[in-house]
Design a protein around this ligand. Sequence first.
Ligand code: NAD
Length: 396
Amino acid sequence: LVVPDNPIVPIIYGDGIGKDVAPVAQKVLDAAAEATGRDISWMRVYAGESARDKYGENLPDDTVEALREFRTSIKGPLTTPVGSGFRSLNVALRKKLDLYTNMRPTYYLEGVPSPVKAPEEMDMVNFRENTEDVYAGIEWEAGTDEVEQVREFVEDEMGFDSTIHDGPVGIGVKPVTEFGTKRLVRQAIEYAIENDRDSVTLVHKGNIMKFTEGAFRDWGYELAEEEFPEETIDEDTLWEEYDGEAPEGKVVVKDRIADNMLQQLLTRTGDYDVLAMPNLNGDYLSDAAGAQIGGLGIAPGANLGDGRVLAEPVHGSAPKHAGKDKANPSAMILSGRILLEQLGWDDAADLVHDAVEQQISSKRVTYDLERQVEGGEKLAASEYAEEIVENIHDLA
Ligand code: NAD
């Protein structure tokens, strides 16, 4: 992306705690921009509850158009009712803007409470496919005509004894395409090259699901070989020809079975760098990784398309904490850090990172961290963010 020093950046505050964390995060990002000689022109746009109040609809066309036009944007969480009501606005946004990757960096911030022994080894960036897999939502309820049409086939394939298994069956479909896989893996490899990362790991369950997850693995390696022959090396060649020592500047492309990968996340965290995963693996793995380095209050993310970014924290709208000025704004602030990186403002992004880390180290934190940190002091979200702004002024 080529951006001016005063870009227009659309922002959706979102529902629930979004209204607590988004405005204070905005102040932190403004401070970092100003400290590095720039200026963000925010364009407030609406989705969810506030859009219903203002325009009578959940996701106005004007909002989608703003995100499409201005390319680099940020949002707070949006509530999705379970089981009834409208479908997820997050999913709708990702589809309308073709944001096919969910990117979640997981890195340790000094002072953050962690359940694992060596959290400081964690420095991974997870690329999760956002549009396919069992999350495509192609499924049929037990008893429907569609299920009855294939029921006999399914039962035969599974070796059902219909005298025992005579109850209802629900059926879902798991589409994984070459196109969807390759564009995800391309983004992960490009990121690894641009950010001097050592490896990209394809995380799959191809031993069991050969034509979906196994194909994901094969297409991933194929893409690396076809499009990045100079910049990448696969793990087999690395051992056969280089005794496991990667030649200078080459990104190693490897693969791991998903269950093993979840285990390695705990035992050999430092061996992993950039991960590329189908939707479901990515969902589980990035939450498990996030929990090791401070949890939801801290975990940032972004949805990426071709030349388009919509940054957003991993957490939801946490309705029971909404409007209390208590939710941790770090996840929103650090999602803003991704936005600054995507604008090419690495110095401003680094300032945000350092200022948040300094604040957490001071143990003057929001309620979620305070109860886990020994000697912690509880601050309101707005106080916490104000102190981060002061840290930025001191660090700049
Ligand atoms: P949630 O992330 O909103 O909250 C789960 C719990 O995590 C909270 O009760 C709270 O204890 C803690 N938490 C979350 N964010 C925190 C923060 N910033 N600071 C401190 N503690 C925090 O998950 P949920 O309760 O499953 O979902 C609530 C709503 O959010 C649902 O409607 C769901 O669909 C939606 N949601 C939206 C997004 C999104 O917009 N991208 C993501 C996840 C969930």
